[in-house]
Design a protein around this ligand. Structure first.
Ligand code: ZN
Length: 185
């Protein structure tokens, strides 16, 4: 394998984080990312590139988890809250058997923490990652820092990510650009 491939990461784009009725929702600004995320996903598949969906999975009973007591319970296994938001749910159903589409269960902010994401990326010769989804200032930020430390090149789209507050979002984007050498489209 010699041709470098690209990886799109769609992070935590689930009902609990995005839908009006989600338990930890970011609301409208997150909902408005739906079209851009879907168009990027289709574009990646068309080009023969990969789409990863690192998605939180939590268990209310797990009081050893660092998020326990810090956030309302979210993304519990086999609940509506953990389903992908809006059209992404249908998109995933239609494309989940495609070898270019890989969903990953994660239990921490970073998509790399405790997952085999780095191994999957290395196997596929992927050096460039585009991070989308939510939240810009938590899971995207922690994933971006880990990716940077593992020598991945980073790219973002303004209209394909959303954060918990304007201030945090400004900080995170600035950090992506000036500290993690990311390209922001
Ligand atoms: Zn979580």
């Amino acid at each position: 394998m010699s041709i470098d491939k690209k990886g799109l990461l769609i992070i935590d784009y689930t009902n609990d984080f995005v839908d009006e009725n989600g338990s930890l929702t970011l609301g409208k600004p997150a909902q408005q990312c739906e079209d851009k995320i879907l168009s990027l996903a289709n574009q990646y598949l068309k080009n023969g590139d990969y789409v990863f969906l690192p998605t939180d999975i939590h268990n209310q009973e797990d009081n050893l988890h660092p998020e326990h007591g810090l956030f309302p319970i979210h993304n519990q296994k086999k609940t509506w809250g953990r389903d992908f938001f809006g059209e992404l749910k249908n998109w995933y159903q239609e494309n989940k058997d495609n070898k270019l589409v890989i969903m990953i269960d994660k239990t921490r902010y970073s998509s790399f923490a405790g997952t085999n994401l780095d191994i999957l990326l290395r196997e596929r010769n992927i050096k460039e990652l585009c991070l989308t989804g939510v939240a810009t200032d938590i899971c995207l930020l922690h994933t971006a820092i880990d990716a940077y430390n593992l020598n991945y090149q980073l790219e973002f789209y303004e209209d394909a990510m959303s954060g918990f507050s304007k201030e945090n979002e400004i900080f995170a984007k600035n950090h992506f650009k000036t500290t993690l050498n990311a390209k922001i489209n």
